[in-house]
Design a protein around this ligand. Structure first.
Ligand code: PGA
Length: 251
């Protein structure tokens, strides 16, 4: 049995004051978390204060990005060790970073390796564009992204990596992928690639999330499929009510 993970990606939203207010509401709303793991990924500027607020809460913190270097003269960057002071996870390969900041599979591969060295669990995002899907290329694209980002990455414990399948056309668009198709894609494409890298057992134990316009209304449909181990939630993680609604569907 894989424990579902519900991760909120706040993106570039919420000042520290706003972050504290939102997380206070989440803490109140989450009574006991035994069947689902909950993670929020705020901007770096709120991590320190939120880590204090969450000290006795089961809600975990993640980073939205890290440098591909361990330390040194890289102006403006945040090192994996700095993020790991507050975070247990880091989102890598998000489609917005690929599209707006030119992140390549090679760069994501380096970030994956430095994250592991700092004891941060990568949440590796992969996803096809709409035209790639329409041309029947989704499986090829996802396979290339996974193999590129994970080349030479060692994994002996399946909890050391999470994969998030996020079709790019579904992110922030209100158009989610169909739950059945997503489950088939995870079982038919993503787990076999993982099996090729690290074997059958890891491929069955590793968690694969869905992301792209997840809401309290559609979340239940995804979580009825065994192949889908939770969600990476963008827009709906910015409201306590809707994020709590999604967590409730998973638990
Ligand atoms: P969305 O974003 O839920 O707003 O579609 C998902 C994501 O970018 O991870």
């Amino acid at each position: 049995m894989r424990t579902p993970l519900i991760a909120g990606n706040w993106k570039m939203n919420n000042t520290e004051v706003e972050a504290l207010s939102l997380v206070r509401k989440l803490i109140q709303g989450i009574k006991s978390l035994t069947t689902v793991e909950v993670l929020i990924c705020p901007p770096f500027t709120s991590l320190s204060q939120l880590s204090k607020l969450l000290v006795s809460s089961p809600i975990q913190l993640g980073a939205q990005n890290i440098s591909d270097h361990d330390a040194g003269a890289y102006t403006g960057e945040i090192s994996p060790r700095m993020a790991a002071e507050f975070c247990s996870y880091v989102i890598l390969g998000h489609s917005e970073r690929r599209a707006y900041y030119g992140e390549s599979d090679a760069l994501i591969n380096r970030k994956t390796k430095v994250a592991q060295r700092a004891d941060l669990t990568p949440i590796l995002c992969v996803g096809e564009q709409l035209d790639e899907r329409e041309r029947g290329q989704a499986a090829v694209v996802i396979t290339r992204q996974l193999q590129g980002a994970l080349q030479g990455v060692k994994l002996s414990d399946p909890s050391g990596l999470v994969i998030a399948y996020e079709p790019v056309w579904a992110i922030g668009s209100g158009l989610s992928a169909s739950a059945g198709e997503t489950a088939d894609f995870i079982g038919g494409v993503i787990r076999p690639v993982v099996s090729g890298l690290w074997g059958q057992e890891i491929s069955q134990k590793i968690r694969v999330l869905y992301g792209g316009s997840v809401s309290p209304e559609n979340a239940g449909g995804f979580f009825t499929h065994d192949e889908i181990d939770g969600a990476l939630v963008g827009g709906a993680s910015l409201s306590a009510d809707s994020f709590l609604g999604i967590i409730e569907k998973a638990s």
